[in-house]
Ligand binder design. Structure first.
Ligand code: PDD
Length: 284
C-alpha cells in the first residue's frame, strides 16, 4: 500500500508531493503541525488535534479557518484513500508562499499538507521493557505550547540523547524544573500520586497527556499538575513518557541511574492498559 499526501487540494503518492522553495514553512519554519494516529480505521481524538492546530494558528496569527474547518473530513478521506487501518497522519499548515522577507506579507494563501504513512514502529518492545532517558537543559524557544515546525532544538536534543544511547531527552528549565521531553510529555509517580508539569507557555498540551490525566482520574489514581524539580524526578517511584506515536512508554533509567525499581511500575502498567482500551473504544 502506498503512503499518500494531500497538498493544497491534490492527493498524490507521498514521494510525488512537493511544496515551493519559497514556502515560508521551508524558509522560516513559519508553520504549525499535528501528528495523529489511526487505530482500526479511526483517527484517535481527531477533534482534540484539530482544536490544538486551530490554537497554534491563532497564536502565530496564521489565518487558516477555512482549511481547519474541513480538516477532520480531509484527514478521514486521506486515511480512507490510503487503505491503511492503522496509520500515522500528519497535518501541516504554513503561512504560504512569498518572496523571502521576515515581515509577514498581507493576503497569503496558507499551504496545507497532509500525509498518511504506515506505522513502521509500534514501540512494543520499549513499552514492555522501558527505555533509558537523559536529562538535558531545555534550550528550545519559550513558546513550546505552540506546535510549530521550528524543531531544530528538539532535533539536536534528540540526537544528543540517541548518541548517548538514550531514547529521549528529558528537559529541565533554568530552575532545574521538569518541562517535557524533546517530543513527549513526561509523567512521574511519587508515593502513588501521578504527577506531570502544569501546562504553561513552555510545554505542549499533549493530547495523550490530557487523555491520560482523564483516564487516571476516572480510575481513582490521585493526580497533580504541578512544578516538579529535577530532584523529585530522580527520586520518583516511576516515570513514563507520553505521545501520540509512543503512547505510554516507561522510562526506567535516567542518566545511568534507575528510576524507582528500574523497571516499569504498577501505575505505568495500569495506564498503559487504560490507554490501549481508550484508543480502541474512543467515541467518534
Ligand atoms: N510529538 N511534547 C512535544 C514537544 C511534542 O512534540 C509532542 C508530540 C508531545 C506529545 O503530544 P501528543 O500527545 O499530542 O502527541 C509533547 C509528536 C508526536 C511529534 O512531533 O512527532
Amino acid at each position: 500500500l502506498p503512503d499518500i499526501a494531500w497538498v493544497n487540494g491534490r492527493f498524490s503518492p507521498l514521494e510525488q508531493a512537493y511544496v515551493s522553495v519559497q514556502d515560508r514553512g521551508f524558509q522560516f519554519g513559519d508553520a504549525v503541525y499535528e501528528v495523529l494516529r489511526a487505530y482500526d480505521g479511526r483517527i484517535f481524538a481527531v477533534d482534540r488535534h484539530v482544536d490544538r492546530l486551530r490554537r497554534s494558528c491563532r497564536l502565530i496569527r496564521l489565518q487558516a479557518a477555512r482549511i481547519i474547518e474541513c480538516l477532520s473530513d480531509l484527514l478521514a478521506e486521506a486515511l480512507h484513500r490510503s487503505e491503511y487501518t492503522d496509520a500515522i497522519l500528519y497535518a501541516q499548515i504554513t503561512r504560504g508562499v512569498a518572496r523571502r522577507s521576515h515581515r509577514i506579507p498581507a493576503g497569503l494563501q496558507p499551504t496545507c499538507v497532509l500525509t498518511v504513512r504506515s506505522i513502521e514502529e509500534t514501540y512494543k518492545l520499549e513499552q514492555a521493557n522501558g527505555v533509558t532517558v537523559i536529562g538535558l537543559s531545555d534550550i528550545r524557544w519559550a513558546r513550546g505550547e505552540i506546535k510549530s515546525t521550528n524543531l531544530l532544538a528538539s532535533v539536536l536534543l534528540k540526537q544528543r540523547a540517541a548518541e548517548e544511547g538514550a531514547f529521549e531527552a528529558v528537559l529541565f528549565n533554568g530552575r532545574d524544573e521538569l518541562t517535557e521531553g524533546a517530543s513527549t510529555n513526561v509523567f512521574i509517580v511519587t508515593a502513588g500520586r501521578l504527577r506531570t508539569p502544569a501546562l504553561s507557555e513552555r510545554i505542549l498540551a499533549g493530547v495523550t497527556r490530557q487523555v491520560l490525566l482523564e483516564l487516571a482520574e476516572k480510575a481513582g489514581i490521585p493526580v497533580s499538575q504541578e512544578t516538579i524539580t529535577c530532584g523529585e524526578v530522580v527520586a520518583a517511584d516511576e516515570m513514563f513518557l507520553a505521545s501520540t506515536s509512543i503512547e505510554v512508554l516507561p522510562a526506567v533509567v535516567m542518566d545511568g541511574r534507575p528510576i524507582g525499581a528500574g523497571r516499569p511500575g504498577p501505575i505505568t502498567r495500569h495506564l498503559q492498559q487504560l490507554y490501549q482500551r481508550a484508543v480502541r473504544n474512543w467515541p467518534s
